[in-house]
Write a protein that binds this ligand. Structure first.
Ligand code: ZN
Length: 74
């Protein structure tokens, strides 16, 4: 029984090592990791929701980065 627990502990340690290894290999290359989901913000002009990185912050308000795609309802 103790041997099985030891094997499980070793396996888990190896798993953690590999996970850390691959994570450091990937680094900041992949932009959209499911873990750190971006905040969604709403455009203050047209109300469209978009990820924060796609919005343009202007004086504490978020607007569409591309003015052409920002359709003001009024
Ligand atoms: Zn907009």
């Amino acid at each position: 029984m103790a041997r099985i627990l030891l094997l499980l502990a070793i396996g888990f340690a190896i798993y953690l090592l590999f996970r850390g290894f691959f994570r450091s290999q990937v680094g900041g290359e992949t932009k959209a990791e499911p873990k750190d989901v971006e905040d969604m913000v709403a455009c203050s002009l047209c109300g469209v929701n978009m990820p924060r990185s796609e919005a343009k912050e202007d004086g504490g308000k978020f607007t569409c980065r591309d003015p052409a795609s920002c359709k003001q309802p009024r």
